[in-house]
Design a protein around this ligand. Structure first.
Ligand code: IMO
Ligand code: MG
Length: 465
């Protein structure tokens, strides 16, 4: 059935949720466009905030990353895990844009579309995909996995990045390489696509064969005809959604529509400004909005930075405040810190204010949202990292370099904990004094107002400051 004529019954159609005036009003958003970005290493709870803000906007736009991201949104008792589709899809009346800066795995996207439809979510012209977005091809996943296996096999002592294995890095690498790249728009032009895929598959087979040999892994070369046939079939199914989203967004801006830019991954995973090389392969910070969606400087009136009240990280790389003990296990359990995309246990630790301040500045955050505060209940003394020492010297700047960061020594400040469970608090004033003091400390250190505090995943657990 063509996508536009999708008329399946929608028994559990999630009701559009009206904006609860209070928390949103407290964000003091100006009338312009807005980005929501993560300030740590991901999984800060951006999905919940985007979902809450969506009613104020006409378009919800993804500008970076691929299906390595995982946003979970709770609507009533239903949990929706989104990887590529913007969270605004859960509202029937929003235009959801997958911008040119995103890398699209067509199989993953179609699976997500089918899964959402089966749960009654309408997906038609409300989902638009940039013809300039790059396609994650089947060999990209193999490449991602082979690089991890090579790292293990050659035992050079270098740490593995610990990718999600979704082929995101290899796809962005091909975008920069150009010769081996495939864009979404190409899927609609069989005559152009055929020679392009033949060339890419020949080159990839040679490279992957060599990598497999190094990793001492078996490798079956990709068959160009099969890759082409699959790609064309994906193109056919996605065609109704594929468009020039740069034009679409520019027109939207001209006609005074409001756009919400939904960040995926997070600022410390930014390819340029994150803890390189332990990062993802796109511009995850708000800086990526411009190139990843094709909108001009000045578009963003508001940048909402989301930070968790503690820190988590999945995959490899330094994590200065990591707790590898029973307390870490307790936070992981209380915070359900297991990956939405890969199910891996997240490496949790104390709140690293050096990192959050750096990210807030980088993103030009106009307001902060602190999530996960309730997870810290019952810990007698809380610690927050307020400085870094390297070779006995205090550092002024955040060393956004994975190898340097691994050598720093965190300097902590202790703050009194709170015993009380916070899930039932319905206003900032109802929080115990120690919890409020914790939030105030964050605000003072980072220098950006904390506008909202989340004490749970439900809508009424977002408290305005
Ligand atoms: P959301 O949107 C947490 C991490 C991976 C790995 C590194 C590179 O859910 O907050 P990649 O597959 O991109 O090559 O992996 O980045 N990573 C994330 N960690 N949340 C995410 O996104 C992430 N996206 C990438 O675990 O360490
Ligand atoms: Mg995630």
């Amino acid at each position: 059935m063509p996508i536009d004529q999708h008329t399946a019954p929608r028994p559990s159609d999630p009701a559009p949720q009206p904006a609860t005036a209070d928390p949103i009003a407290k964000l003091h958003l100006d009338a312009g466009h807005c980005a929501v970005v993560g300030l740590q290493w991901g999984d800060e709870g951006k999905g919940q905030i985007v979902d809450m803000l969506a009613p104020l906007f006409d378009l919800i736009t993804r500008f970076n990353g691929g299906n390595n991201a995982g946003h979970s949104v709770l609507i009533g008792d239903q949990k929706f895990a989104l990887h590529l589709v913007p969270s605004g899809i859960l509202y029937g009346d929003k235009i959801n844009v997958i911008g040119n800066g995103v890398v699209v795995n067509p199989q993953g996207l179609l699976g997500e579309i089918d899964g959402l439809r089966a749960r009654g979510v309408k997906i038609a012209q409300n989902l638009r995909i940039s013809s300039r977005a790059h396609v994650v091809m089947p060999y990209h996943r193999t490449e991602d996995q082979l690089y991890a296996q090579v790292t293990a096999a050659v035992s050079s002592g270098a740490e593995d990045i610990g990718t999600t294995g979704r082929g995101i890095g290899p796809c962005y690498a091909d975008k920069a390489q150009r010769t081996t790249a495939v864009r979404v728009g190409d899927l609609l032009r069989p005559d152009d696509l055929q020679p392009q895929i033949r060339r890419a598959v020949s080159i990839k087979n040679a490279i992957l064969g060599a990598l497999a040999q190094l990793a001492q892994q078996p490798f079956t070369p990709f068959d160009a005809d099969q890759v082409l046939a699959e790609a064309l079939a994906f193109g056919q199914r996605l065609e109704p959604h594929i468009t020039d989203t740069t034009h679409l967004l520019q027109e939207a801006i001209e006609s005074k529509k409001r756009i919400l830019f939904e960040g995926a991954n997070a600022a410390l995973l930014d390819i340029d400004h994150g803890t390189y090389p332990f990062v993802t392969s796109s511009t995850t910070s708000a800086l990526g909005v411009y190139t990843g969606a094709g909108v001009p400087n000045g578009t963003l009136g508001n940048v909402i930075g989301v930070a968790k009240a503690y820190t988590s990280r999945v995959g490899g790389g330094p994590h200065p405040t990591e707790l590898k003990d029973a307390l870490g296990e307790r936070i992981r359990t209380a915070g359900q810190e297991y990956g939405t995309t890969t199910g891996r246990p997240r490496r949790v630790g104390w709140l690293d204010l050096m990192a959050v301040r750096y990210s807030a500045r980088l993103n030009g955050a106009t307001g902060l949202v602190v999530t996960g505060l309730a997870v810290l209940a019952g810990i007698e003394t809380l610690r927050v990292c307020v400085g870094y020492k390297l070779g006995g010297q205090m550092l002024d700047a955040y060393p956004a370099d994975g190898l340097l960061l691994a050598r720093i020594e965190p300097v902590y400040e202790e703050l009194p904990g709170f015993a009380q469970a916070l899930g039932d608090c319905r206003s900032f004033g109802e929080l115990p004094p120690a919890a409020r003091a914790y939030i105030e400390r964050i605000e003072r250190f980072v220098g950006v107002p904390v506008k909202l505090v989340c004490v749970g995943r439900k809508r009424d657990q977002v408290l305005a400051r």
